[in-house]
Write a new protein. Structure first.
Length: 99
């Protein structure tokens, strides 16, 4: 909606980076609520729906794949089981986000 305005002001890329960090923090909160290293993608999609941003499981996988690629999250996606499997040791490293 306001993309052109943010591009003109030079803040669009900053907002995109903040969006990825917000996604990471949302997934960290879901992980704390679920309390296990294996999180069903249905839980994540339900949290987006609760936030008023309904997205399908393919979009959830895409967001998670980008976060894993950027090392914001340590783990892997099981496409067949539709599950995010997180590392048992520091699945959400803070040093990578601050960098």
């Amino acid at each position: 909606k306001n993309q052109d305005l943010f591009i003109r002001r030079g803040t669009y890329l900053l907002l995109e980076k903040c969006k990825m960090i917000c996604y990471r923090n949302l997934f960290k909160r879901i992980w704390k609520i679920v309390g296990t290293e294996q999180i069903k993608l249905d839980y994540i999609a339900a949290s987006f729906k609760w936030l008023g941003m309904p997205i399908d499981l393919d979009e959830v996988e895409c967001i998670l794949a980008n976060l894993i690629f950027k090392s914001f999250i340590r783990g892997y996606l099981s496409h067949a089981k539709r599950v995010l499997v997180l590392s048992k040791k520091d699945p959400f490293p803070t040093a990578k986000v601050i960098k």
